[in-house]
Design a protein around this ligand. Structure first.
Ligand code: GAL
Length: 633
């Protein structure tokens, strides 16, 4: 795994570049990502390119022995461009334009902006496509960041109508699929259809789902346009995009298919603070991040682009964008780095080289302080680089467990939660965490993955069962877990004719006859676990494998397949993991709180995420806080 950093030569006097490059290399970095926000400097006026500074920056970095990742600058269209076509900005759900003055102020559907992107990317790729120092291209930056996947602009509305016409062919087909007879919502032509915002009460969920599918396709095609241009001018050079954490607004598997390396931006402390974790977890892991946050995304993104992945932005210190922004515990930056390696990353690049003293991110730490002195993380980067050099390249084998992840499932649940605390990402994360707490390595895969060689398969929920998926599961001879709401919707967001779980009924051996959601704080007891948030009544010839204290079925088992009718709490998940592993003959480990393990083909890594030393039985020794231990596999 190579180490690198994100660098903005345009922020610093040119005299400093060579010294910066020398210090990067001396710190153990070999990669540097540049350029992704530099449009106003590359093209200060319409059609007038200023390549001089970028030529010199690239040459200076390359001369110091660094390999360059060059970003396309399309996340930050300059002011003159926005002024030349003011309708290129996205329109938010309330109908307001998203103005100039930060970033990502564009609509994925605006044809004029797309043409401008093709032009700037072509110019950049023509100029640097053959440069020996450039080893990777990054398209744009964090598609969707700041809530920018959905736009409700005129451009989006018109593209949506075309998308619907291509999907349904006739308006009658669409009306029938969406159920538009309900509330007299029928349309007489595609031209009458608007995006699903600004309706009096909720819009038709089928309308919303198609809008989300459409918006996701727009991101993928926007990205593909850049990829095609770069490939033409830089054949054979890797292309990446830097995805985000806990983010499901577009189908990353679709974008991942078009690129070579899926990278993501890892901010474990910011994510712990911003997401659903409990107050206790936020306190216990304040300066480390929850032990499964980084690993979850490593395993998710490994499954997005054929196995090649990396960390494009690694948090090196306090960030600026969470509600509270603590500093990592000493050791964590090195730990996060080695953990990425243990999950098979090709690269980890720190965000950023030097903290900027100006503008929006002046409170975001870097490897250097604004005065160029080394920040706390610098020593940890050197330490991680030394370990990496020592252990050599790490390759990952297939994990024993496949966890099936679906972006469409996230949209379906988000559009119609039916219970305020039914959160798709949280459910998947809880399943993942239950497996990781017992020492299992996990591959997070799409429904398209070949599941044949896994020893356990977990589907946290899959409301819409893709064509062929039920047959794929039926052909497996390993334990399978299906979570609640699986098979509960058709492709066009209706209840299946024979009720849930739809195509999965023969596999699960039951029919869901009623669902209910429970308010926060309600916990109905069962032996060893509790039912919270969600429960389903099932009609079945099977006796439940697990029931609650009133005898209502919670888990049904049929020929290796389990269907869980409730939101599984941690105790229930722990029990299910144990049963499945036992049937599969997969060995579990009892890991103390905060300890995680991960194996490559050559090494076994143990990480301590706890804020204190922890005795680790499988090592027979205590691990200090924020530390790791390495054994041969
Ligand atoms: C990422 C983004 C970077 C920077 C960073 C700060 O979301 O890609 O440009 O803003 O966050 O943590």
């Amino acid at each position: 795994m190579k180490l690198g950093c994100c660098y903005y030569p345009e922020h610093w006097p040119e005299e400093r570049w060579a010294e910066d490059a020398r210090r990067m290399a001396a710190m153990g970095l070999s990669l540097v990502r540049i350029g992704e926000f530099a449009w106003s400097r590359i093209e200060p006026e319409p059609g007038r390119y200023d390549w001089g500074w970028l030529d010199r920056a690239i040459d200076t970095l390359h001369a110091a022995g660094l390999q360059i990742i060059l970003g396309t600058p399309t996340a930050t269209p300059p002011k003159w461009l926005v002024d030349s076509m003011p309708d290129m900005v996205a329109i938010d759900q309330q109908g307001r334009p998203r103005g100039f003055g930060s970033r990502r102020h564009y609509c994925f559907s605006h044809e004029g902006y797309r043409a401008e992107c093709r032009r700037i990317v072509t110019a950049l790729a023509q100029r640097y496509g053959q440069h020996p120092g450039i080893v990777m291209w990054q398209t744009d930056n964090e598609y969707g960041c700041h809530d920018t996947v959905l736009s409700f602009s005129a451009a989006a509305a018109s593209a949506f109508r075309g998308w619907l016409a291509a999907r349904y062919g006739s308006i009658d087909t669409l009306n029938a699929a969406w159920g538009n007879v309900f509330w007299s919502m029928e349309y007489r032509s595609f031209a009458q259809i608007d995006p699903p915002n600004l309706t009096v009460t909720e819009a038709n969920p089928a309308h919303w789902l198609d809008y989300r599918r459409f918006a996701s396709d727009q991101v993928a095609s926007f990205n593909r346009e850049q990829v095609n241009i770069i490939r033409a001018h830089a054949p054979g050079v890797d292309i990446t995009h830097n995805f985000m954490g806990f983010f499901t607004e577009f189908d990353h598997h679709a974008v991942g298919r078009d690129i070579d390396v899926a990278t993501w931006d890892s901010y474990p402390l910011g994510f712990l603070e911003q997401f659903w974790f409990s107050g206790d977890e936020k306190r216990a892991y304040l300066r480390q991040g929850h032990p499964d946050i980084a690993a979850f995304h490593h395993d998710l993104y490994r499954g997005c682009s054929g196995g090649r992945w990396g960390v494009m932005e690694q948090q090196p210190g306090p960030v600026n964008w969470a509600r509270f922004n603590p500093a990592p515990l000493p050791g964590m930056v090195a730990l996060w780095t080695l953990e990425a390696c243990a999950h098979g990353a090709e690269l980890t690049s720190y965000f950023r080289w030097r903290q900027a003293p100006f503008a929006q991110e002046q409170m975001h730490a870097g490897l250097l302080r604004p005065d160029s002195s080394e920040a706390e993380a610098a020593d940890e980067v050197r330490a991680a680089a030394a370990v990496l050099a020592d252990i050599g390249p790490q390759a990952c084998g297939q994990a024993p467990v496949a966890l099936v992840f679906s972006y469409e499932a996230a949209w379906v649940i988000g559009i119609q939660p039916q219970g305020a605390s039914f959160r798709y990402l949280e459910l998947v994360f809880e399943c993942y965490s239950a497996l990781r707490q017992r020492g299992l390595d996990v591959d997070i895969v799409s429904h398209e993955a070949d599941l044949a060689d896994y020893r356990m398969v977990v589907v946290p929920t899959l409301p819409i069962v893709p064509e062929g998926f039920a047959a794929k599961l039926a052909a497996l001879d390993c334990p399978v877990l299906l979570g609640p709401r699986s098979g509960s919707k058709t492709e066009s967001f209706a209840i299946p004719a024979g009720l849930a779980p739809g195509d999965l009924k023969p596999l699960a051996g039951l029919t869901v006859t009623r669902v209910e959601s429970l308010r926060d704080g309600v916990a109905e007891t069962a032996e060893g676990f509790a039912v919270t948030r969600w429960r389903e009544d099932a009609a079945s010839d099977l006796a439940p494998e697990l029931a609650d204290s009133e005898g209502r079925g919670v888990v049904y088992y049929k020929g290796g397949v389990r269907y869980c009718t409730v939101w599984p709490d941690r105790a229930l998940l722990a029990l299910l993991v144990e049963r499945m592993a036992d049937e599969a003959g997969v060995k579990l480990i009892d890991l103390p709180e905060g300890i995680r393990v991960r194996r490559t083909q050559t090494h076994a890594f143990t990480f301590n995420y706890a804020a204190q030393a922890v005795f680790v039985p499988h090592l027979g020794a205590a691990l200090p806080p924020a530390s790791w231990h390495l054994d041969p596999a």
